[in-house]
Design a protein around this ligand. Structure first.
Ligand SMILES: O=C(O)CCC(=O)C(=O)O
Ligand SMILES: [Fe+2]
Length: 282
């Protein structure tokens, strides 16, 4: 207790439903109490954000290992020499960014990643923010009738239409940077999952990777999916993070969506991402 009283660590919510910013912390020298507070904040607020960190790639990896096992990304280019670190980058002369639409990472995997740890290395002079949205707040806002119906449903997810040879990125100027064109992915998950730590219910469909409800055609699924997406995209469920080199975000990939803004054409942005493995969803 004495250490907590003496500690200058401060944590402040970023918005009502998602995000907690920690101040006066050094991630290279983080005591167990503060790390536990971050774990708790991640579970209940879906996103932990910290500014002004000086982490080498090795220190980024060491910090990530405190959260769990590292999941090597199949699609993003690796940072030379560190296969654990994927680069999320956009050059001065590129138009398309990575993650420029609402999504949750890895919902196409049987056991989706728990989350990611994204460290800003180079940021544009303005813009390049990331939006996050709480899928537990979105779920809570639905009617009891719709909640009950969704609890009985499952949805099919895949990444093939995004990353395969003729997928969405193949037609963009990110095509040359991405890999894994021949991988095939398909997973069926409950539409409503429970957070493994908080027990809170979460709406687990997303516009990027969810194809249709299990047993329904895509045509039948789209009206309801689009309705759920409209609810989930309400500004009241969101927060916005503005990056500078050394800013780092840890997000819970089950309970949040994110969206990388693409409003900095002509400037470079480079982020280092480490993905943390998850556990089976239920
Ligand atoms: O660059 C960002 O802000 C986020 C990109 C993204 O979607 C990701 O790293 O999963
Ligand atoms: Fe993403």
């Amino acid at each position: 207790m004495a250490t907590q009283l003496l500690s200058r660590v401060q944590s402040t919510p970023i918005s009502e439903h998602v995000g907690m910013e920690f101040k006066h912390v050094d991630l290279n020298d983080l005591d167990e109490n503060t790390f536990d507070a971050m774990r708790q904040a991640l579970a209940y607020h879906g996103l932990v954000f910290v500014r002004d960190q000086q982490l080498t790639p090795e220190q980024h990896i060491a910090f990530a290992r405190r959260w769990g096992e590292i999941d090597i990304n199949n699609y993003f280019p690796a940072n030379g020499g560190h296969p654990e670190i994927a680069e999320v980058r956009k050059a001065e002369n590129q138009q398309t960014n990575i993650g420029g639409g609402w999504h949750t990472d890895h919902s196409y995997d049987q056991i989706p990643a728990m989350g990611s740890i994204l460290l800003a290395r180079e940021t544009p002079p303005t813009g390049g923010d990331t939006l996050f949205a709480s899928m537990s707040a979105a779920f809570d806002s639905l009617s009891d009738g719709l909640k009950d119906t969704l609890r009985t449903m499952r949805a099919v997810h895949s990444a093939d239409h995004i990353y395969s040879k003729d997928g969405i990125y193949s037609k963009t100027d990110q095509a040359g940077d991405l890999k894994g064109h021949d991988l095939r992915t398909r997973a069926v998950h409950p539409v409503i999952i429970r957070h493994p730590r908080t027990g809170r219910e979460i709406l687990y469909v997303n516009p990027a990777f969810t194809l249709h409800f299990d047993g329904w055609t895509r045509e039948e699924s789209l009206p309801l999916l689009n309705y759920l997406y409209q609810v989930a995209m309400r500004e009241e469920f969101q927060c916005r993070v503005t990056w500078a080199p050394g800013s780092i975000a840890i997000w819970d990939n089950r309970s949040t969506w994110h969206h990388a803004m693409n409003d900095y054409h002509g400037h470079r942005r480079l982020m280092h991402r480490i993905t943390i493995s998850g556990e089976p969803l239920s």
